[in-house]
Design a protein around this ligand. Structure first.
Ligand code: PMT
Length: 220
């Protein structure tokens, strides 16, 4: 560890996209690369925390001395994140871009091309962050919000609805930021306060976010 901001604390972080299968060869997903979550995991580790990273499918190496639990679907993410929190968790950070919906059923065989049009029935996925924040004795929970309009309004609304201690809002409509980029710019909200972080590398931003999270955690 390079500093002791999170020394002795257990941190669980979700990262990356989920994949929701349509048939054996197809899925629904999104452009999350996992970079933001992996950068936070590395920064939390450098701050002395014991870190578990629940990660959807990404092309990133595990950060040094971080335990990675790979998952594929939103249902897996909920199961693995819940198990990790059960083992002990002081701070839970959800950076994953979880698919909100999954196909109502996954076809056993590859779906054949036939009619000109086809429709896919979708059902809601479980919300890992809301489930963990809603637990009795919930850890200190930090959500992310990927928005394209009214960022502050939707982020504050999510924080209240999901009962979060903090929310990190990124405007994913800004080119070069957010999904699958190396840089990000965010505004962090907590009940009664907010702080803006200008564009910088996800690694640099992760260091600052860990410092702010540790400060808010100690005041909670
Ligand atoms: O992975 P990168 O390429 O580095 O990109 C980073 C990022 C843009 C994905 C990241 O910074 C980010 O904004 N992550 C949240 C993306 C998102 O899907 O936000 P949301 O507004 O849909 O979800 C709100 C919060 O609830 C998030 O903390 C999310 O992890 C959580 N959630 C959402 C749905 C669900 N079923 N389960 C969840 O836990």
């Amino acid at each position: 560890p390079q500093n002791a901001a999170l020394a002795g604390l257990r941190v669980v972080i979700t990262a990356g996209p989920t994949r929701e299968p349509i048939d054996p060869v197809r899925y629904i997903s999104n452009h999350s690369s996992g970079k933001m979550g992996y950068a936070l995991a590395a920064a939390a580790r450098r701050a002395g925390a014991e870190v578990t990273l629940v990660s959807g499918p990404v092309n990133l190496a595990a950060p040094a001395a971080v335990q990675v639990r790979p998952v594929v679907t939103a249902a897996d993410m909920l199961a693995q994140a819940s198990a990790a929190v059960d083992e002990g968790c002081d701070i839970f950070i959800a950076t994953a871009a979880v698919a909100d919906y999954r196909p109502a059923s996954c076809a056993d065989q590859k779906i054949k091309k036939s009619a000109e049009d086809m429709a896919l029935a979708l059902v809601r996925n479980p919300d890992t962050l809301a489930t963990i924040a809603g637990r009795e004795n919930a850890p200190f929970t930090v959500g992310f919000a990927a928005e394209t309009t009214d960022v502050a309004h939707y982020a504050n609304d999510k924080m209240q609805r999901k009962k979060l201690n903090m929310i990190v809002a990124n405007d994913v409509s800004r080119p070069g930021l957010g999904f699958n980029s190396d840089d990000n710019a965010v505004t962090v909200f907590w009940p009664g306060g907010q702080q803006e972080f200008a564009t910088e590398s996800k690694a640099g931003l992760a260091e600052r976010l860990v410092a702010l999270i540790s400060e808010r955690f100690r005041q909670a």
